[in-house]
Design a protein around this ligand. Structure first.
Ligand SMILES: [Zn+2]
Length: 133
């Protein structure tokens, strides 16, 4: 799967949409199936910054960010939705401390920080291991 930042040519709104490939996006767009979620116009195209996939060109800022994140996560374990509980349990000493990453809502992250649990947002959205293509 690939996520594109799309832009409505009528209203100028930008939004994200997922496609199996760039070719599938073009097919669906040409068939008028890709619509602006704001005004339902089918006059949409890729926004200037699309697509958000790593490129060969290592000067792409997004590539450098992705490389940084993969270094951050190299020794980290994906815990998914159990992130908040896991972080709390480690903080209180119930389980052994290790580096983990996973999902937390803004509310959960705030409450962890309020309780002195050190958490930090990741620069890029993480694809859970069970959702990789
Ligand atoms: Zn629109």
């Amino acid at each position: 799967m690939i996520v594109f930042d799309l832009q409505c040519r009528d209203g100028g709104e930008t939004f994200e949409a997922w496609f199996r490939s760039g070719a599938e996006f073009e097919e669906q767009r040409d068939a008028g199936l890709v619509q602006c979620p704001i005004c339902s116009s089918a006059n949409v195209d890729k926004a200037p910054m699309a697509p958000r996939v790593p490129r060969k060109d290592s000067d792409q800022p997004i590539t450098r960010l992705a490389a940084l994140q993969s270094r951050l996560l190299k020794d980290s374990r994906w815990v998914g939705d159990a992130f908040t509980d896991t972080a709390r349990a480690m903080h209180s000493g119930e389980i052994e401390t290790e580096q983990v990453h996973g999902n937390a809502t803004l509310e959960q992250a705030r409450s962890l920080l309020d309780d002195g649990v050190p958490v930090a947002p990741l620069p890029l959205r993480v694809t859970p291991p069970n959702q990789v293509n």
